[in-house]
Design a protein around this ligand. Sequence first.
Ligand SMILES: NC(=O)c1ccc[n+]([C@@H]2O[C@H](COP(=O)([O-])OP(=O)(O)OC[C@H]3O[C@@H](n4cnc5c(N)ncnc54)[C@H](OP(=O)(O)O)[C@@H]3O)[C@@H](O)[C@H]2O)c1
Length: 330
Amino acid sequence: MCSSYWNQAVDIFMSDRFCLYRNIAAVIGTAYVLRFLLKKLWALSGGFCAYFLAPWGISRINIKKYGSWAVVTGASEGIGRGYALELARQGLNVAIMSRSREKLEKVEEEIRSKYNRDVRVIPVDFSEGQSVYDDIQAEISDLDIAILVNNVGTGIGGESYFSQVDPLRHRKVIELNCQSMIQMTHLVLPKMLEKKKGIIVNIASILCLFPVPLSTVYSSSKIFVLHFSTALQTEYKSKGIIVQCNSPGYVATQLVGLKKATWWAVDPVAYGRSSVATIGLQHHTNGCLTHVFQKKMVEMLLGQKTAIPMLNIRRKYFLKRQSEKQKKEH
Ligand SMILES: NC(=O)c1ccc[n+]([C@@H]2O[C@H](COP(=O)([O-])OP(=O)(O)OC[C@H]3O[C@@H](n4cnc5c(N)ncnc54)[C@H](OP(=O)(O)O)[C@@H]3O)[C@@H](O)[C@H]2O)c1
């Protein structure tokens, strides 16, 4: 019954009376497929330039044209240090921030000796609230800033059920991962707009792609970073401002408890180098090819926005770790 209606409908559509409509449908269909293919090609060409050409200096933007200073938060170690070193290698002076003056001075020494650039060491604790931004403003107001890298961030130090985490710890995650990015952007953007050029890079995480149970606040803070970056880029693209969001996979840093790089956890300095090469070529990047594969693997295994399998995997891992810990304690 249903199929006879269907056949009749097909016959009517194929009759001469509907020739014009058939042609219109064919044009719309072709245009849609072409648009889809062109979009894919455009995205692939961005990735190709970012990961294959830019590391060799081909097709990458010249960051020095945007100003003479880079400002990097959380730059005393890990990914932030990687960015600071690479931006200095690209010819910029660097203002570096973190809590420990001692660690920052080591990075300063490294940059001066390797690349002979000016370095401004700014010790700050981003969990201290609004007052730190007045101090930072005083320190950076005279700089011609080309690029701000909002890198500082923290997790909750392992997997935990939401209710087991001290609310102050959650507050700190938001202060560092979200609030610092907003406030630092407020500090640098007005001058960039005056100059009609500037770059803002925000570090999210591969974990922003999914809701991640047992890291609920961390993964939520990182999707905030992605949305913030995309919306900001839309607001200011026409004003000469580049806003990029970088969502790394595993990088061998203190945050993930890895001192040495492995095949799946990239070295932070190498990561800084390949991430800087993607600036201006990709709005949302994973920073290096290994992390593109990590992202694809996670997407394939779990499907996008699949909280339940993620929860099951992480719950099993969490319970296993808890029982191992208990065994050790006894
Ligand atoms: N590593 C990864 O696999 C990975 C993956 C995805 C995303 N990420 C993101 O990448 C960013 C950097 O992570 P990372 O792995 O490089 O971390 P990391 O090695 O722990 O380095 C964190 C940096 O931030 C500084 N810092 C920490 N708390 C601070 C505070 N309250 N105020 C000021 N500075 C502070 C630290 O220096 P001091 O101790 O001197 O303050 C250090 O320089 C974070 O946003 C993180 O979420 C990392």
